[in-house]
Design a protein. Sequence first.
Lengths: 340, 120
Amino acid sequence: MSEIKTTSLYDFHLSKKAKMIDFAGWSMPFSYDGTLKEHNYVRNNAGYFDVSHMGRLRLNYSQIEDINYLICSDLKNISNTKALYSIFTSESGTAIDDVIFWKFEDDLILICNASNTNKIKTHLDINSIDYEDLTLITDLIAVQGKNAIDIVSDIMSVPDKFSTAKDGKYIYARTGYTGEDGVEVMVDNKETLKFINDLESRGVQPCGLGSRDTLRLEASLPLYGFELTDDITPVEAGLKWTITNNDDYLGKESIDEQLNSKQHKHLKKFNLNAKQIARTGTICTSDGVEGVVTSGNISPVLGYPIGFVLFKSNPPDDLVEFDIRGNLIEGKLLYKRFLS
Amino acid sequence: MSETKYLETHEWYIVSGESFTTGISDYAQGELGDIVFVTLPEVGQEFNKGDAIVEVEATKTVAEAYAPMNCVITEVNSTLETEPELINNDPVGEGWMVKAEIKEMDDSGMSYQQYELFIS
């Protein structure tokens, strides 16, 4: 095992008395004031997250055709100031990683999950795609929340949704992972603390990975390692909307076959009218079709347990019975987002 | 009133005559994170030492609180049904979970000093 990595804000987190956890080889803040409070900072005002553990690679625009061959979305034909959520697919169509691209006129920034940075770098190497690893020389700060855009507009010029921008100090995009509007900002290590101070002086609260998880779950967003794995395709994970690549791409054949046959695993959302949370690994059945919970927690806004469940095949019924520590608890599948 | 004692499973209890009051320790609530649901037993339910009497769902994980001795539940803190955060805010006070009549006295829990050493 290599030594645990820290972001440039490590001492700052400790000074804030953050509860630190080991996450994907990094020591990261789990919470500062408590997960529910931080969840509500974002839903009601604004919070910032140190997500500098995520991989950040600069790619050459000249290789965009080759990059486009490795993902299920159309990166090539979107305009040069767009941010794109996509999935690197394997030959069998399964997810190597889910990532964000920031597209600029002269280059591309690829943001990948911390747990997959090495895997993605190897994948790029094998496919002769050059990259410059910016992970350790920059930080990535996500500013998210109902009032995030208003606040950040004081500090930088905020682009349209799913669009990118850069100025002398910041490279950023109006994207997020909480269901709220916001920006994700890449900044040189030496400038990060000043940026954090600028945010804090405007009332933006620090938030940890605990609330990032409850926020993304409540926003119906998948997390790699749970909803998406090396064994799950975008079709199975309910991410058909990401399949916009009309050219040939790695895994296309398998994905097209799943789209046509509909014979595949199905990821569904569920809620429970209970005081038990169906957590990762909980087994359930729906009219004989077996499933396993990939993520589950309370929805702080709704006040009841929610989650994602992966079924072996398409469940014929909306009612699901979860085996929570030996008690059978009935839940319901949902066909819209948790928060409308 | 005797002193508040602690178990290795992170409950506290305090014996008063033929009864005791129990809940989870400050350390335990801190480890669990925000507590969002509490499932309490019924008054009159009997438990043996070590039986799970309360189930606590938190944002981080789920945990059970175990009976410190053989007992019959006489009162539950039903405020926790609507305000489970009381366990986070005041675990050894307002966040108490149940009161029970002692069927077989077992006051073998650790003192606070011993418990502090145990968790450190």
